[in-house]
Ligand binder design. Structure first.
Ligand code: EPZ
Length: 421
């Protein structure tokens, strides 16, 4: 198993190119199964979750070539409708093949994803959405068995206890391409990755409208475009993570190939904390040398502050003078990084869904255990700012979603190396 060894205390400076968005790439790769035509996807990040999705669509019968961020997929015919447990258990987003298989084959057998480190993560809205379109769904033996011979476009209500769902919106959009007539999804998630999937479907030739609003309409598609080329949007969470890297090390980082229009809530929060944010075109420069102030963060669906950025901000706020709070309203168990930060000297108290962070002068390096993807990046950021050496274990979580993270950090001056133990 590999760990990161980090020597803290260097101000990061320089330039970094942002990779393609993992959370767009995963559903778009699954959506490429909708057509028998060749699809060429650009800006695909080479991360473990993408490799897992490639393995899954290949298992279902697609031919794939992945070279230099360009992924070519052709699913001329599918030879299986089953997403097996040994792949699904490695990555929840495997469930995106459910919507694609239902649309194309009118049948799918997909292992039930379990909970994960950040909470129980139910899939009731995915099932409800597909059932509304006339799919018979039976869950037995740990598998979702979907029979979609009667797939019809309808109004689909995706209101859940926490609002709507990114994953369910996408799965229903994919299924709706194969349903007769017109499907209206409401409330639909408005995250940029949902919009990216909708734009990809349009590139395929599907009539989709309303993406980016709370009502998305999808019409059945029986003729797909011949040659499809599509470029995935930049990763807004990677952008935010490098922004916090500049802030926490009091450095200055320019990020290129990013979309600052997806970053409004994160950049506003950095500005409130006293971090300089200047934007020109597709580049943003973050400068962390000024005096910082405590703040309160309320996590919310897009365009609110993203749950995928709260761990990194917790690391930052742990060394910002004054008392800050973070209220996490989306996942039940997403403060796992807090106990590790406390082992570095952070003063954090968890009260239900709220973390109260009293800024300390300095964190000190120690041995840490990463628990999930974003917690991993938060611990690395804390290590970069800490006194002495930090060792972060279980970094396989990080490899699932950040492309060349330590190489990019090293280019900015970080003293970080991967050590296999
Ligand atoms: C996506 O997860 C992302 N994953 C997550 O990123 C991200 O944190 C999340 O959206 C929120 O933005 C991918 O895109 C692969 P949801 P998803 O369904 O689709 C509840 C990362 O680090 N819910 O919008 O699973 C759910 O429990 C990851 O990259 C139901 O109740 O998120 C949660 O409280 C982690 N029933 C809320 O809705 C359902 O059927 C939002 O979840 C589905 C979800």
């Amino acid at each position: 198993m590999a760990s990161f060894f980090i020597e803290g205390g260097t101000r990061l400076a320089g330039e970094v190119d942002i990779s393609g968005a993992k959370n767009s790439a995963l559903p778009i790769i699954a959506a490429s199964l909708l057509t028998d035509k060749k699809v060429v996807l650009q800006n695909i990040p080479d991360v473990v979750d993408v490799r897992t999705m490639i393995q899954l669509v290949r298992h279902l019968g697609a031919s794939i070539e992945f070279k230099g961020r360009k992924l070519s997929i052709q699913a001329s015919c599918l030879n299986s409708v089953e997403a097996p447990y040994d792949i699904v258990c490695r990555m929840r987003a495997s469930y995106y093949v459910l919507g694609a298989l239902v649309a194309r084959e009118k049948k799918a057998v997909v292992a039930m994803p379990g909970g994960c480190a950040i909470g129980p993560r139910p899939i009731d809205l995915h099932i409800k959405g597909l059932s509304s379109l006339g799919t018979k769904v039976d869950i037995s033996g740990g598998y979702i068995n979907a029979d979609a011979r009667g797939l019809v476009g309808r109004k689909v209500d995706l209101q859940g206890p926490k609002g709507t769902s990114v994953g369910a919106t996408i799965n229903v959009m994919l299924a709706a391409t194969g349903a007769s007539g017109r499907t209206e999804i409401s409330p639909a998630a408005v995250e940029p990755e949902v919009v990216d999937v909708a734009n990809f479907l349009r590139a395929l030739g599907v009539e989709v409208s309303g993406q980016g609003s709370h009502t998305i309409t999808v019409k059945a598609c029986d003729r797909f475009e011949e040659r499809i080329r599509y470029r995935i949007i930049p990763d807004r969470i990677e952008t935010g993570t490098f922004a916090v890297a500049a802030a926490i090390t009091r450095g200055k980082i320019s990020m290129h190939e990013c979309m600052s229009e997806h970053m409004t809530s994160v950049f506003e929060k950095l500005d409130q904390v006293g971090i300089g944010v200047s934007q020109t075109g597709q580049s943003v420069t973050i400068s962390g040398s000024r005096q910082k102030r405590a703040t309160d963060i309320f996590v919310a669906p897009y365009p609110g502050f993203p749950t995928d950025m709260q761990a990194q901000f917790m690391a930052l706020l742990s060394i910002v003078p004054g008392t800050s709070t973070i209220k996490e309203s989306i996942f039940e168990n997403r403060f796992m990084q807090a106990v590790e930060l406390m082992r570095m000297g952070a003063d954090i108290t968890i009260e239900g869904d709220t973390a109260v962070i009293k800024g300390v002068k300095k964190l000190s390096g120690t041995h840490l255990m990463a628990s999930d993807l974003r917690a991993s990046s938060a611990l690395i950021l804390a290590g970069l700012a800490a006194r002495g050496r930090t060792v972060v274990r279980r970094i396989y979580h990080l490899d699932r979603g950040y492309e060349n993270f330590e190489t990019k950090l090293r280019k900015l001056g970080a003293r970080i190396r991967r050590v296999r133990e």
